[in-house]
Design a protein around this ligand. Structure first.
Ligand code: ARG
Length: 569
């Protein structure tokens, strides 16, 4: 309903709550204010639930309903249909004007919401020389959204990709490279695949030849202790890999502020942290000569192996400390699949035991599995394969579609963008924690609730703008926008800030996705029944303003989700 109206309403409500609610509750009120159009009266109504998970304001109900109307609302009353609920009737014209004239570039809620927090989002984080599996894809898509929406809410966001390049398996990779004698030039062209091949090759040999595993372990120990001769080469391979990954991320429209390496936190580099743990009396040596932390009687977690090398968990402890030293973050999100639940719970517990006061600022933002996402030839192993497959399937659809307007030659990027939009939306429309089945037909269906549909609606709005012959008015005139369908569309546009605030609070992209589907439906209905072309100038230009505002909101929402809005498809 425009952030301004929301903020003003919220301030009034805050005043009538007095000191009965904790400060966070007032923030929650913001996200619960729900704008609707009352079907029978045509009024623009905002409802406020008095009891939610975060607050119970029933004792302030009398204060709220006795608030004096002002420029924002014309009436406030209890909801006869639902107790525990208060209704504000808004000043319609002011509301229409603000919704249509407001540019949704950021959502800032002055004086009420907190902004400017330092937020770290760690996401994607694949392992070098191992497949970039669909879990990493989901992390990339969700993580990108989490970073975007925090940025939109005016937080200071840092995007980190924490690449796995350490552990015994890298002994296998190195050995495989030696055995296969891969030339550097070749490696440069296809590092991800060749490193993986090397890994697979050494592993295969190890099945019949036990000395292979032994040699791999030795190589890794040399790397870990800093005795390896080939470390420079290893660094080059890593750089090639990042170059290849960056190109693929670019197709997805994803950027990172930094790439971090697990290997940065190897045994040699983190002795300080180990000494700290030792001085705190947290480390004990177990019967297998490992250094372990005892979480409770039955649970001892290894921190240093008997040969002195680190573990995944150890490196995460060191990485968290390092990031706090560098950024003093207010929150850090690890966007990683549910399978690593226990790992992150342990990580946070250990940091608490180490008495870091910021340990509770870490959140494991978990998500369920995608099942059945494979290419038609077999299972997809690398991100690039998944994206190429998406592009191929999408192209077939475009070729067959009678509405295709783009030329489909090689310079055309729409196929790739459409396919990727489909994959992203198909993912983000699910609740994060849910496992879901991936199906190409559902994901790419232009008629269903998909990314392709969103793009299609965006293109239609763009084309209206170009072909209607109408011009945008200098000012909004609410008296010319009285039709029910138009009002419904305006209200739907006005629900954008609400969707954003809620989606941000819960870090659930599906809230925003569903909102955008609702908006797309309202737009389609509007385009079908409300004409712009051929109407008198003043009416045409006011109507165009409504569609223009819808396009702006749709585009902004799509960008937050990681889509690049298309003008033509
Ligand atoms: N590279 C890991 C994997 O693929 C994920 C890393 C997640 N982040 C972390 N800080 N542990 O399983």
């Amino acid at each position: 309903m425009s952030v301004k109206i929301r903020t003003e309403l919220c301030k009034r409500i805050k005043g009538s709550l007095g000191n009965t609610q904790p400060p966070e509750a007032v923030n929650a009120v913001l996200s619960y204010l729900d704008l609707r159009r009352d079907n029978s009266s045509g009024d623009f109504i905002v409802s406020l639930p008095l009891r939610t998970r975060e607050y119970d304001a029933r004792s302030s109900a009398d204060n709220i309903v006795s608030l004096k109307p002002d420029g924002v609302f014309t009436e406030v009353r209890p909801n006869e249909n639902r107790l525990d609920n208060v209704l504000f009737r808004l000043n319609r014209d002011r509301c229409v004007r603000e919704i249509l004239e407001n540019d949704p570039k950021t959502v800032t809620i002055p004086g009420i919401d907190d902004v400017g927090k330092k937020i770290i989002v760690e996401f994607s984080s694949p392992n070098i020389a191992k497949p970039f599996h669909v879990g990493h894809l989901r992390s990339t898509i969700i993580g990108n959204y989490v970073a975007n929406i925090n940025n939109f809410m005016r937080n200071d966001v840092r995007r980190i990709n924490y690449l796995g390049d350490w552990g015994t398996q890298f002994g296998f990779v190195q050995l495989g490279i030696n055995l296969l004698n891969v030339a550097d030039e070749k490696m440069k062209q296809e590092p991800i695949k060749l490193l993986y091949d090397a890994y697979v090759h050494a592993n295969k040999l190890a099945i019949t030849d036990p000395s292979i595993a032994e040699r791999a372990r030795e190589i890794f120990n040399d790397l870990e202790s800093g005795n390896a001769r080939d470390i420079g080469k290893w660094e080059t391979f890593r750089q090639f890999t990042v170059d290849e990954l960056t190109a693929t991320y670019q197709r997805l429209g994803v950027k990172f502020d930094e790439y971090n390496w697990e290997s940065t936190y190897n045994a040699k580099n983190i002795s300080q942290i180990i000494s700290l743990m030792e001085s705190q009396g947290l480390l004990i040596t177990d019967s297998e000569c490992r250094k372990v932390v005892s979480l409770h009687e039955k649970r001892q977690v290894p921190i240093i192996k008997s040969d002195g090398s680190t573990l995944y968990l150890t490196r995460d402890i060191a990485a968290a400390v390092d990031r706090f030293d560098r950024y003093k973050f207010d929150a850090m999100y690890y966007v990683v699949d549910t399978a690593q639940n226990e790992h992150f719970a342990t990580l946070i517990k250990i940091l608490e035991k180490m008495k870091f006061p910021w340990a509770d600022r870490l959140t494991h933002l978990k998500f369920g599995r995608i099942k059945g996402m494979s290419t038609r030839k077999g299972s997809a192993v690398f991100l690039k394969d998944i994206l190429d497959e998406t592009q191929a399937v999408m192209r077939e659809n475009q070729i067959q579609s009678p509405t295709t307007k783009v030329s489909l030659d090689s310079s055309d990027k729409s196929t790739d963008i459409l396919g990727i939009s489909a994959v992203i939306i198909n993912d983000l429309k699910q609740r994060r924690s849910k496992d879901y089945n991936f199906d190409w037909n559902t994901a790419l269906d232009i008629k269903g609730d998909t990314g392709v549909k969103m793009q299609y609606v965006h293109c239609r709005l763009k084309s209206l703008e170009e072909n209607s012959g109408a011009k945008l008015p200098t000012e909004c005139d609410p008296s010319l926008l009285r039709e029910q369908i138009v009002e419904e569309l305006i209200v739907q546009i006005g629900r954008f800030d609400q969707a954003v605030i809620k989606s941000h609070r819960e870090l659930e992209p599906c809230i925003l996705v569903n909102y955008l589907f609702g908006l797309s439906h309202a737009v389609n209905k509007g385009l079908k029944e409300i004409r712009v072309k051929g109407e008198p100038d003043d009416v045409a230009s006011q109507r165009l303003l409504v569609f223009y505002a819808a396009k702006r909101v749709l585009a902004q929402g799509m960008k937050l989700l990681g889509l690049q809005p298309l003008d033509k498809m």
